[in-house]
Structure formats: structure tokens, C-alpha cells
Design a protein around this ligand. Structure first.
Ligand SMILES: Cc1ncc(COP(=O)(O)O)c(C=O)c1O
Length: 439
């Protein structure tokens, strides 16, 4: 039997030493430090669900291509900020094969992770029009993007979309976009943290309202193809990953290598910009950029100022992986299905022990099992739940940091939980339930 819960006095002493109020109120990095300290003091391993790090090795094809590129001397040369010809071409093929959308090679641009893609997009978009410069976040969302707009001093608007799914989305978007102040809106689908996915009807609504008010859509596809209820992994064969690009005039798609190819460490992603947006010109942007259209301003203005492009070797890695996916010689979804299996087992253990799944539905069907899920426990706020779970060797993050209105909840990431820890997790959850009878 494990020594769970841990000695409360010992954990409290570690929390006090780390100078934080409670585990539930701490940042992800602070949580990490406390867990490290508790693990070394107790000799027990935590079930760590706080960080969204891939739990499987990087796609070998990419590693090989990078090594080859480095051996061939690419490290000595400044990378092409526009992206290599091959990467641009394989990206456009990938978009056609897996999204069923035609884009020009020119519109596909590498970034240092999607993190840089969204930063550059926010920076550029906020400088297009003095009066129309707010960004609407279709929340809940990825916490670091909120840090980005905060640093950039951009005004943002937010709403939790869970109560406005389906047809209700149109009126909600109208409410914000009709003000004429919104330059762009952003969401992720599958969603971090809630793991719901917008369906085609909802994406068409987003595009329709965006087109009506000439608003840019930033579609964050960090979890491309990872809604495993459908098989989106066959090139040129339906079903395709649903995307707003089918209907929207002005969009940026952000496709990251971090999760779908487990390539987080090499910081590689692509931005795919629609033709209407690439060619967009405004008077106001001339104040900030020497180039007078959006596509060139974001590349030669924002990306140049940020990092002068994306390192060559990860560009080669992504080219090789995209090419293999396009040619059908590599199936990107296969190794990722493990996340779905783990999520199903862990959610089952929670639900059997009184916990609730917070974002549980995709309209009328159950939300998919994948990289993240959200959970709560009756009678506890998200903060109280996380603080209490720390005594049981379980860590996650609060939904509050994702700007969710569901403050009773927490986000769990399954990727770093080894298969052998799942029975341990189930046992700890059971003990938690026994110790916290639901009133
Ligand atoms: C929704 C979302 N967007 C973007 C990112 C970051 O992607 P990248 O590693 O390519 O910067 C993440 C990573 O967790 C994410 O969840």
C-alpha cells in the first residue's frame, strides 16, 4: 500500500518553504518545484498531469533529417526567413491532403513553435488599424497566449464558449464583432484545456461572422488530427481535420510540430496565411512596417524582428515528416492514440470515485479522449481540489488560468503519466474519495 495521503505537516512545511499560499494557487513552475521537493522528501512519485509535454519520442524521420542538415553545414548559415522552398511546398501539400484546402506555397511560413506564430500574429494584427485592434479569445484557452497579449499590451475580449456551442455561437460572436473593434479571434480545436472540437457547422458560423465584419481568424491546430473519434490521418482521403479555412476569407492556421510529431524541443511550427489576408493592406500598418501587405509585414517585419527566422535544421525535420505523411509512408496519428487510451482509463477512475468531467460534451456527444481532460470534485473549488490532491500525489493546473468560467475545475494532461502509474492513480483517487465523502 502506498503512503497516501502524505504526511500533511511535511507537505505544508514544503509549501511554506516555497513561499506560496497554496498549491492550487501556484503557477505551473512553482507546482513543479513543490512536487520535486515532496517527491524527494517522501520517496513517492507524483502522478504528474500539470504540463503539456509530449510523452513519446520525437518522430525519428525528423531527427535524421536534422542531423543530416547539420552535417551538411546548415548551422553556419542564417536561415531563410520566408521558409525553405521544400518546407513551404510540403506544408501546402499537407494542408491539401489533411485539411482538403488549397493554399499557395508562399502562404506557408515556418515559426519557432506556434508560440512564436501567435506572438507574431498578435503583434502584426494589432497594428493594422488603430480603431479595430482588439483580439477576441474564444475561451477556455492556452494560458501562455494570454501572457503574450498582456506583454504586448493588446486589448482582448473573452468568453467561455462552452455555453454557446452550436447555433448559439453565431449570436454570441455577433455581440463582439458588431462593435467593429475586433481585429481577430483565436481558438484551439481540439481545445486546450477542454478537449472539445468545433464541428463543421460551428466553424462555418465562425467564418460567416468573421467574413461579415472583416475579422481575421487565428485557428490554432496544435492538436491537429488528435480527435481520435475520427481518423484524419490518411492523405487525400476524407474525413479531413475540420477547419475554418474552408469558409473564412482571412485566416492564419497554426500547425505545430510539438504535439503531433512530439517535436516540442526543436520549436518548429508553420503558419498558413490565406491569400486574402496575405495581400491585405492598411494605411495604419505603414507606421510600423516597411512592407505594405500583411503577409510581408508579418514575415519581414515581425518574424524578422523576433528571431530572424526559424533555424534551418528543424525546418528540414518538419519537411521530412510532412513529406512522409503526404506520401502515406508515415501515419502521424498511430503513436498518438496512446494518449486517448490513457485518458479513457484515467477519466473512468475519476468518475467511479465521485469526480466529474467538467467539459464533458461536444454538443450532444461525449468529448473525445485525448491529450487533456478537465475534472472537478463536488464541494471543492479548483484551487481547493488541487491543493488537496497534492497530499495524494496528484498534480494538475487550475482551469482559472485558462480563463474558464468553470472555476470548480482542473486541467489534467495525460502525456507524462506512464502506463504503470495508471493503477497507482486509480488507487490514489479511490483513497481521496474515501477521505472526502460527498455531502
Ligand atoms: C493550444 C496550443 N497552442 C500552441 C501551443 C504551443 O505550441 P508550440 O510548442 O509549437 O509553440 C500549445 C502547447 O501546449 C497549445 O496547447
Amino acid at each position: 500500500m502506498q503512503n497516501i495521503p502524505f504526511d500533511r505537516a511535511l507537505v505544508d512545511e514544503i509549501i511554506a518553504k516555497n513561499k506560496i499560499k497554496s498549491v492550487g494557487a501556484a503557477s505551473i513552475r512553482e507546482v513543479k518545484k513543490i512536487i520535486d521537493d515532496v517527491e524527494s522528501a517522501t520517496g513517492e512519485k507524483f502522478v504528474r498531469m500539470e504540463m503539456g509535454i509530449p510523452g513519446i519520442p520525437a518522430v525519428q524521420l525528423g531527427v535524421d533529417a536534422e542531423i543530416e542538415a547539420l552535417k551538411n553545414g546548415c548551422a553556419a548559415i542564417y536561415p531563410d526567413i520566408y521558409g525553405t522552398k521544400e518546407l513551404k511546398h510540403e506544408t501546402a501539400r499537407f494542408v491539401k491532403n489533411f485539411l482538403d484546402v488549397e493554399v499557395e506555397d508562399d502562404a506557408c511560413v515556418p515559426t519557432v513553435g506556434s508560440m512564436q506564430g501567435s506572438f507574431a500574429a498578435f503583434m502584426t494584427i494589432a497594428r493594422l488599424d488603430e480603431k479595430k485592434n482588439k483580439i477576441l479569445f474564444i475561451d477556455p484557452g492556452f494560458p501562455v497566449q494570454k501572457q503574450q497579449w498582456n506583454i504586448l499590451g493588446i486589448e482582448t475580449l473573452h468568453f467561455d464558449v462552452y455555453d454557446y456551442r452550436g447555433e448559439k455561437l453565431e449570436a454570441k460572436l455577433e455581440e463582439y464583432l458588431a462593435t467593429g473593434e475586433v481585429a481577430a479571434m483565436i481558438y484551439s480545436s481540439p481545445n486546450n484545456p477542454a478537449w472539445f472540437s468545433f464541428n463543421e457547422m460551428e466553424l462555418e458560423i465562425i467564418a460567416k461572422v468573421a467574413n461579415k465584419y472583416d475579422v481575421i481568424v487565428l485557428e490554432d491546430l496544435a492538436y491537429f488530427g488528435m480527435d481520435f473519434r475520427q481518423d484524419y490521418s490518411k492523405p487525400g482521403v476524407a474525413p479531413y481535420q475540420p477547419t475554418v479555412a474552408k469558409w473564412a476569407k482571412k485566416f492564419v492556421l497554426m500547425i505545430s510540430g510539438s504535439k503531433i510529431f512530439s517535436y516540442a524541443g526543436q520549436r518548429i511550427a508553420v503558419m498558413v496565411i490565406s491569400k486574402d489576408l496575405f495581400d491585405m493592406k492598411t494605411e495604419h500598418m505603414k507606421k510600423y512596417f516597411t512592407q505594405d501587405c500583411f503577409g510581408r509585414a508579418i514575415i519581414f517585419g515581425s518574424l524578422y524582428a523576433l528571431t530572424s527566422g526559424t533555424a534551418f535544421s528543424p525546418q528540414y525535420a518538419l519537411t521530412a515528416i510532412f513529406k512522409a505523411c503526404n506520401d502515406g509512408s508515415y501515419n502521424f496519428a498511430e503513436p498518438l492514440k496512446e494518449y486517448g487510451i490513457k485518458a479513457e482509463q484515467m477519466k473512468k477512475a475519476l468518475v467511479e470515485n465521485g469526480f466529474k468531467i467538467v467539459y464533458d460534451k461536444d454538443l450532444d456527444v461525449d468529448v473525445a479522449d485525448g491529450f487533456y481532460f478537465t475534472f472537478s470534485y463536488p464541494g471543492l473549488t479548483g484551487e481547493e481540489l488541487l491543493s488537496e490532491l497534492a497530499y495524494y500525489g496528484i498534480s494538475a493546473i487550475s482551469l482559472g488560468v485558462c480563463r474558464s468560467t468553470r472555476t470548480e475545475g482542473a486541467r489534467a494532461c495525460v502525456s507524462l503519466v506512464p502506463n504503470e502509474m495508471i493503477p497507482v492513480f486509480a488507487e490514489r483517487v479511490k483513497k481521496f474519495h474515501e477521505d472526502h465523502p460527498i455531502k
